[in-house]
Design a protein around this ligand. Sequence first.
Ligand code: ADP
Ligand code: MG
Length: 240
Amino acid sequence: MSEQTFEAVVGKILNDNQGTRVLKFEHQGQFYWLKQAEKLTGAMRFLKQSPAKALQIEVETLVMLASKGAQVPQLMCSSPDYFVIADVGPTISAWLSDKTLSQDEKQQILNASATALANLHQLGLAHGRPALRDISWSEGQVHFIDFEASQNSKDIAYQQRRDLLVYIHSLYRYMGPDHEMITPAIQAYRDAGGEAIWLDAKQWLTPWQWIYPGLRLFKDIGGKDLRPMFWLLWHFRQLA
Ligand SMILES: Nc1ncnc2c1ncn2[C@@H]1O[C@H](COP(=O)(O)OP(=O)(O)O)[C@@H](O)[C@H]1O
Ligand SMILES: [Mg+2]
């Protein structure tokens, strides 16, 4: 069988998987991800921004971030309805739930992700929503993916502070009360140039500390979002 061109492979996959949000495929020994505009149903059609527009923003963000030296996957091709990027390995959330990894190995991966976030911020950039399912790690390299929530009109200090709070919230969301790896990871962020942003986030949260005693009730039983809020406030209370 003759070798198919990359374009032909993408065309066939698109044809067979119309409307599939994200799809991993292989071509000549390399893995890639095809992402198509989200198919919205029901009320979501009115509540969320246009999927085509969101996809376009994501492509523009990828190109802009790559041009500034950020660690993002290589963009292979794009159109108004889809784009293809290179595979950048398993996500941090996947590594954390990998039972074959030691605590030490997980700590190193976490620290690498926190350092990478600090590096991104040092470049004067922000991610938009750096949850652990949207950061990857492979052979020591960290990459950021999923830029749909990205690059709003607020100033960069606001975006970076929000990045850090989303990231810490996501850490507690995955690890819950079992969180001895989190403080060292955040220390890695602070040591890699993130100290000023960390202090800004801490100060920004201070007026919210009054809800801490109330949130204590939810620290074990609260929902997926509320419970990490308790730990987020807790985090900034521990550290002077
Ligand atoms: N380039 C990539 N390398 C590795 N994994 C990826 C890549 N792109 C997407 N993924 C995987 O697919 C998931 C969904 O992709 P994402 O871009 O986050 O879509 P969505 O906007 O629907 O959340 C990611 O959380 C990640 O697990
Ligand atoms: Mg995502």
